[in-house]
Design a protein around this ligand. Structure first.
Ligand SMILES: *Cc1c(COP(=O)(O)O)cnc(C)c1O
Length: 478
C-alpha cells in the first residue's frame, strides 16, 4: 500500500481536530490554551505533510472512534464491485460532506414554506429543477434511494389486493414496496434472451385481467436489471402499459447518472434513480421524478388537522414525510451533479471499456459471459466455471485463490470465493486501469496454465490493443 494514502487520511483527521478547536472558541477570541492546541495541530499536520511528500512514516491512526477502520479501498485498489462503481464520490462531493456533515445542515436558510425542495441557499430548489430536466420530467424530489421512490409511488397508487407488474428480474425493493402497500406483484416472464418484451407485458396484463377481473394498477420496469444488466425494452413496454391506461415506473437505478435518460421519450410516468448507485452520491440518496399529471398525486400535501390543537402542516408532502435528505447526503449529491451531467455523455466510451474487459476475460478459454453480449452496460455477469473454477477445485484456498491473486495485484470487488458465476462493473475505470485488470486476469490464467487466446477472440479488442499503447506497470503495484 502507498503510505501516502494513510498519511492523507491522517492529515485530514488532524485538520478536523484543528477545526474542532476553532468550533470551541468564542467568536474571534481564542484563549491561550486554544492557541496552543491549534499550534500543536498545525505541527502535526506539517509532519504528516512531510510524510506525504516523501512517502515516509508508518500508520499512526488505525481507527475512527476506536472501532471504525479507515476505508481506503478506492485509493489503494481497483474496485470492480458490481454495485459500488458509479456511486464513488467526486472530490467535490467529498468536500461537501466535510462542510455539511452536521445534522440538519441544509436548514440554515430554510424559510417559509419550510420545505426542503424550496430552500434556495444552498441552492436546493434550483437543484430540484435541474434534476427534473436531467431526466426530462416535470417535477423531481430527492429521496433516500430509488427504493423510496418505488415506495412513494406504490403507496400512492396501490390499494389492498391490487396487482403490480414487475419484471422476472425485478429488484427485491420493488417487491417490498408493493408488499408494503398491500399489493401483489405479478412477474413478466423473460424471453429466451433474458429480456422483458412488450409482448410479454401485454400477455401478462391480459392474464392478470383474466384471473382477477382487474387490470394491474402499475407497471415497474428496470431499464437494466441488476442480475445481468440486460437492456429491457422500456419504451415499447410503456406504450403497451399506456394502451391499458396503466402508469409506468421506469427504474433507472442502473441508468440515471451514468447514461442519458429521457423520461418523456421513454413514456415514463415516474422515473426513479439511485444517487448512491449511479450518481456519485452518498447513501442514502436518489431521485423520484414525475409528470405534471402525476405530481399532485404522488407529491400530494397533507390534509390532516390535529383534533386538539387544530394544527395543519399544509405544504408538507405526505409521501416525502415532509423533508427527505436534510444534510450532507443531499449536498454531496448536489456537489457531484455537474460532473454527473457531464459524464453521461461518455457512456459510449464506458461501454467500450466494458466490452474490452469482457473480451479479455473471454479470451481465457472456458469463460462465458452470461449477460447479453456485446455489453450495453458496464455491469456484467460472467461464468468462469470452465477455467478459474477448475483451478479452484484443486487449490488449497479453493475459490479464494482467485480473490487472493487479484487482491495481491491490487484488484478487489469480485465476490470473494466465487469462481463460477460472478459480477463485475467497469464503470469509471480509466483505460489504463481496464487494461491492467485484463492483463492481470490473463497473467493469473497463464500462471495456472489456462489457455489464453490472446487478441484473437474479437476484432474490436485487437484494434484497441493496437491503437492504444499498453500501460507500463514496471513500477509494480504499490
Ligand atoms: C440497486 C437497485 C435498486 C435499489 O436502489 P437504492 O437506491 O439502493 O434504493 C433498485 N432497483 C435496481 C434494479 C437496482 O439495481
Amino acid at each position: 500500500m502507498d503510505i501516502r494514502t494513510q498519511k492523507t487520511f491522517e492529515a485530514l483527521f488532524a485538520l478536523e481536530d484543528i477545526r474542532e478547536t476553532l468550533r470551541q472558541t468564542l467568536p474571534n477570541i481564542t484563549n491561550p490554551e486554544e492557541e496552543h492546541s491549534i499550534k500543536e495541530g498545525v505541527n502535526r499536520v506539517r509532519k504528516i505533510l512531510d510524510d506525504i511528500e516523501n512517502g515516509t512514516g508508518t500508520p499512526e491512526v488505525r481507527k475512527i472512534a476506536d472501532s471504525i477502520d479507515i476505508r481506503s479501498r478506492e485509493e489503494n485498489y481497483i474496485n470492480i464491485q458490481p454495485i459500488q462503481a458509479a456511486g464513488r464520490l467526486t472530490p467535490e462531493a467529498r468536500k461537501a460532506l466535510i462542510a455539511y456533515g452536521d445534522g440538519y445542515s441544509t436548514c440554515d436558510a430554510c424559510r417559509k414554506p419550510f420545505r426542503l425542495d424550496k430552500i434556495t441557499n444552498p441552492p436546493v430548489a434550483p437543484f430540484h429543477e435541474q434534476l427534473a430536466s436531467f431526466v426530462n420530467m416535470d417535477v423531481a424530489r430527492v429521496v433516500p434511494g430509488a427504493r423510496r421512490g418505488f415506495q412513494a409511488v406504490a403507496s400512492t397508487l396501490v390499494n389492498k389486493g391490487d396487482s403490480v407488474l414487475v419484471s422476472a428480474l425485478a429488484h427485491y425493493t420493488e417487491f417490498l414496496a408493493v408488499e408494503e402497500a398491500g399489493g401483489i406483484v405479478r412477474e413478466i416472464p423473460l424471453d429466451e434472451n433474458k429480456i422483458v418484451t412488450a409482448d410479454a407485458t401485454a400477455e401478462k396484463i391480459e392474464a392478470v385481467r383474466q384471473e382477477t377481473g382487474k387490470l394491474p394498477v402499475l407497471v415497474m420496469i428496470d431499464h437494466f436489471d441488476y442480475q445481468y444488466a440486460n437492456e429491457h425494452d422500456v419504451k415499447s413496454i410503456a406504450k403497451i402499459a399506456h394502451q391499458y391506461d396503466i402508469p409506468l415506473l421506469y427504474n433507472g437505478a442502473y441508468t440515471v447518472g451514468v447514461m442519458p435518460v429521457d423520461g418523456k421519450d421513454i413514456g415514463a410516468d415516474f422515473v426513479a434513480g439511485s444517487g448512491h448507485k449511479s450518481m456519485a452520491s452518498p447513501a442514502p440518496s436518489g431521485v423520484l421524478a414525475t409528470t405534471e399529471e402525476w405530481a399532485p398525486k404522488v407529491f400530494r400535501t397533507t390534509q390532516m388537522t390535529g383534533d386538539l390543537t387544530k394544527r395543519k402542516f399544509g405544504v408538507k408532502e405526505v409521501e416525502m414525510l415532509g423533508c427527505t435528505l436534510m444534510g450532507s447526503t443531499l449536498l454531496g449529491m448536489m456537489a457531484s451533479f455537474p460532473a454527473v451531467k457531464e459524464r453521461v455523455k461518455n457512456w459510449e466510451e464506458e461501454l467500450k471499456k466494458s466490452n474490452y474487459l469482457i473480451d479479455g476475460l473471454l479470451a481465457i478459454e472456458g469463460s462465458r459471459v452470461v449477460s447479453e453480449y456485446p455489453r450495453k452496460h458496464t455491469l456484467s455477469k460472467v461464468d468462469t466455471t470452465g477455467n478459474f473454477d477448475v483451478i479452484a477445485q484443486n487449490h488449497k484456498r479453493r475459490g479464494f485463490f482467485l480473490s487472493d491473486e487479484l487482491s495481491s495485484k491490487g484488484i478487489v470487488g469480485e465476490f470473494a470465493g466465487a469462481t463460477r458465476v460472478w459480477k463485475l462493473n467497469t464503470y469509471g475505470l480509466s483505460w489504463e486501469k481496464v487494461r491492467y485488470v485484463v492483463d492481470t486476469f490473463e497473467d493469473i490464467a497463464n500462471k495456472y496454465k489456462l489457455k489464453v487466446n490472446k487478441g484473437t477472440s474479437d476484432e474490436n479488442k485487437l484494434q484497441i490493443r493496437n491503437s492504444d499503447k499498453k500501460g507500463d506497470y514496471s513500477n509494480g503495484y504499490k
